[in-house]
Every structure is written in structure tokens, then in C-alpha cells.
Design a protein around this ligand. Structure first.
Ligand SMILES: *[C@@H]1O[C@H](CO)[C@@H](O)[C@H](O)[C@H]1NC(C)=O
Ligand SMILES: *[C@@H]1O[C@H](CO)[C@@H](O)[C@H](O)[C@H]1NC(C)=O
Length: 225
């Protein structure tokens, strides 16, 4: 290796030691004013979504009516989830590092089961009712609060969390903002007991100190095989 190269390498490593590592708290910064997603280009795979020609972008592209209307909470979890996301129904969010979620909770224990978002922190705002929220950090410490109208709570990125409506005579409503255009969602119960193909029973028996019959019963509850 030539001497100048060695010099350059040592300079670079000194620089690396002296400079605090860049921390990206959300998706990468956009390098254009906007990049309204062109959802028709389904065979193009990039980190984000391809942009519409800016000349064809209009005010309407930046508006969404995704949260209009009332959801139906008559389901086993007692929740109705609405979302505004770049890849699904709000292409203007492409490259903006944002996804928004609206959750309506039935008064009888509307429940968002334990889950993680691998790529986003979440701030939840409760606008109606009472919602018990909680998350567990990587040392298994549990953090929790009961939120009433006007209260906010943070679920740090990637940590296990849940929401449960507490007021049995009044439905709840919350909105969340997540700092990724594709936060990802992994529901712990279905991930473990209803994956495709299924995780072998012996693995689940050892993981939870349960027997095969109990694994089968839990798999059945989650619709797994
Ligand atoms: C809500 O969902 C339930 C279960 O799918 C259905 O029976 C009911 O008709 C729905 N209600 C409305 C108002 O759509
Ligand atoms: C449930 O919500 C209603 C309406 O906000 C309120 O009047 C009532 O006190 C709440 N009940 C409980 C147990 O928090």
C-alpha cells in the first residue's frame, strides 16, 4: 500500500474517532422539495417510492381525507384503525419520514395488542376517553400511564407497546404520529403463534415453558397452524 494511502487512512480513522457518529432519528432526509409517490411504478424497487413528475403535482396531492368518517369497532379487538401512509393512501408522505394513525376504541375494552414498529418512534395523542398505554424497554422495565383527552405519550422506536381503552362507558379515540414513512408493524402474538409456516411447537414450548397442547390452544386462538 502506497504511503499517501496509509496517511489518508490514518487521517480518516482519526476523524472517525473525533467526530460523533451521525444519528438519524428518522428516515433519511429528502433531497427534493417533495417526492409525491407514483404508486403506479410497482416493478421499481428503491429505498422509498419513485416520485411523480413535479410538473404534474397539484395541491390535491398534499391533502388526504383518510381520517374522515367513523370506524367500526365491532370486532374481537374492539378497535378501528385508520392510517395515512405514503405507500398506501397518501403518496405525498413519500420521503417525509411520517406515518399517521387514527385508532377508535370500543368502550368495552378496545385493545391494540403488544406490538413493535421496527423503524419508528411513535407519539400518541388521546382525544377522547381513557387509554392505558405501556411499553417495555430492553432491560424489561415496564413504563405505563393512563391517558385522558389531551394527553401524549411516547413509544420509543422498536420497543414493545400496547394500548387498552379503560372507560367502560365511553369510547376512546387516539391519533399517533410515527417518524418513518414505513414504520413496520410486528404483532407479537401472531408473529409467534400464527406465522407462515408456523414456528415448530418445540420452539414455542421451550420459549414459554408450556406443553404442546398449550401451544396448539394458543395457535388456535391466533388462527395459526
Ligand atoms: C360493523 O361490523 C360488524 C362485524 O363485521 C357488522 O356486523 C356490522 O354490520 C358493522 N356495522 C356497521 C355500522 O357497518
Ligand atoms: C368515562 O367517560 C365519561 C365521559 O367523558 C366520564 O364522564 C366518566 O367519568 C368516565 N368514567 C371513568 C370511570 O373514567
Amino acid at each position: 500500500m502506497a504511503r499517501p494511502t496509509i496517511l489518508l487512512l490514518s487521517c480518516l480513522s482519526l476523524l472517525a474517532m473525533a467526530t460523533p457518529a451521525a444519528v438519524l432519528a428518522a428516515d433519511a432526509d429528502p433531497i427534493l422539495d417533495f417526492c409525491v409517490a407514483d404508486l403506479s411504478k410497482t416493478d421499481l424497487f428503491i429505498n422509498g417510492l419513485p416520485c411523480k413528475n413535479p410538473a404534474t403535482v397539484t395541491s390535491g396531492d398534499f391533502k388526504s381525507m383518510a381520517f374522515r368518517g367513523v370506524g367500526n369497532t365491532s370486532n374481537p379487538l374492539g378497535i378501528a384503525i385508520g392510517f395515512a401512509a405514503a405507500g398506501a393512501n397518501f403518496p405525498a408522505l413519500n420521503t417525509q419520514g411520517l406515518t399517521l394513525v387514527k385508532i377508535e376504541y370500543a368502550s368495552t375494552g378496545g385493545f391494540v395488542p403488544p406490538h413493535v414498529h421496527p423503524r419508528a418512534s411513535e407519539v400518541i395523542l388521546v382525544l377522547e376517553g381513557a387509554v392505558l398505554v405501556g411499553f417495555v424497554d430492553t432491560s424489561n422495565k415496564y413504563y405505563s400511564a393512563t391517558l385522558y383527552a389531551g394527553d401524549l405519550f411516547v413509544f420509543p422506536r422498536g420497543l414493545l407497546h400496547f394500548q387498552l381503552s379503560l372507560n367502560s362507558s365511553y369510547p376512546a379515540l387516539s391519533f399517533s404520529s410515527l417518524n418513518s414513512q414505513n414504520p413496520g408493524l410486528s404483532l407479537i402474538g401472531p408473529a409467534l403463534f400464527a406465522s407462515t409456516p408456523g414456528i415448530p411447537s418445540i420452539v414455542l414450548q421451550k420459549s414459554f415453558a408450556i406443553d404442546d397442547a398449550q401451544v396448539k390452544a394458543i395457535k388456535m386462538a391466533f388462527g395459526g397452524k
